[in-house]
Ligand binder design. Structure first.
Ligand SMILES: Nc1ncnc2c1ncn2[C@@H]1O[C@H](COP(=O)(O)OP(=O)(O)O)[C@@H](O)[C@H]1O
Ligand SMILES: Cc1ncc(COP(=O)(O)O)c(N)n1
Length: 264
């Protein structure tokens, strides 16, 4: 069994954050574990409150897991504030962690700041250099680089710039583009493009969380970066195709491994 850890925020509506990550891990048949950084009161319609978890308790959660259990891959999502970022970076460095996927979550699709604006610099300086793969969406790539990122050319330029900040691989997600859903991977020398047809749906709550957890799960199972992302892209696309409406806002995606691995 491979053991995967998510370090992220809780979404009470179950579509994003820790809940999406654990569902994704289960669907990939890996054992999911969680370090909760913040609790959000959230629905498909918005985020109504955030309670940050005490940094000392975040540290204890990470230590409790690593002191006892082999961790084959990690996904980091919502990190909320400077102290949270600092304690995660410091504590992970106590261990020989590997396969670290960092999703630099900043603003929810509903427009709420999941990362306090003053914590952006800490995220860039502390967590980016630790990442095996960093997975910004277009607005996050703009925040990290300070440049406009609106088309394929911009995505390539931004990927090179972000790569220079330390992550081994950069995957810029094009979910916010028009037309095909195109993501671009940069490994420091060349680009790989992952393209699928855009699914016509408003139910994309938690797509970024799901993709990054699927990549971590696949890396934890020993897949190469390119293959891990190819399979994760297939997983998120199928999950979006089977997404559904619960509540009045953008609904969640559907987590079933069998949807794209019917024989397994
Ligand atoms: N409507 C869609 N149809 C197909 N794929 C999509 C759609 N929206 C997003 N994706 C894909 O879902 C993944 C998450 O992307 P994105 O929505 O940009 O991230 P985030 O949730 O961080 O904003 C990417 O692989 C992206 O290409
Ligand atoms: C706790 C938490 N973590 C991450 C997201 C981002 O997901 P999305 O970009 O789909 O709003 C979220 N809404 N809530």
């Amino acid at each position: 069994m491979k053991n995967l850890l998510t370090i992220a925020g809780s979404d009470s509506s179950g579509g994003a954050g820790i809940q999406a990550d654990l569902k994704t891990f289960s669907a990939h048949r890996v054992f999911g574990m969680s370090v909760i950084t913040a609790v959000t009161a959230q629905s498909t319609r918005g985020v109504f409150a955030v309670q940050d978890i005490d940094p000392g308790v975040i540290k204890k959660q990470i230590e409790a897991v690593f002191e006892d259990i082999a961790v084959h891959g990690i996904k980091i999502g919502m990190v909320s504030q400077i102290q949270t970022i600092q304690v995660i970076a410091e504590t992970l460095k106590q261990y020989p962690y590997k396969n670290l996927v960092v999703d630099p979550v900043m603003i929810s699709k509903s427009g709420f700041d999941l990362l306090q604006p003053e914590a952006k610099a800490a995220l860039i300086s502390h967590l980016l250099p630790m990442a095996t793969v960093l997975t910004p969406n277009l607005p996050e790539a703009e925040e990290i680089t300070g440049m406009k990122v609106q088309n394929l050319e911009d995505m390539k330029k931004a990927a090179v710039k972000i790569h220079s900040l330390g992550p081994a691989f950069v995957l810029i997600k094009g979910g916010h583009l028009q037309g095909d859903a195109m993501d671009i991977l940069y490994d420091g020398s060349s680009f790989t493009t992952y393209t699928t047809k855009r699914v016509a749906t408003k139910n994309t709550h938690g797509t970024g969380c799901t993709l990054s957890s699927a990549i971590a799960a696949n890396l934890g199972k020993g897949e190469s970066i390119q293959v891990a992302i190819k399979h994760a892209k297939a997983y998120i696309t199928t999950a979006i195709e089977h997404s559904f409406s619960i509540g009045r806002g953008p609904g969640p995606v559907h987590h079933f491994y069998q949807l794209y691995h019917p024989d397994s």
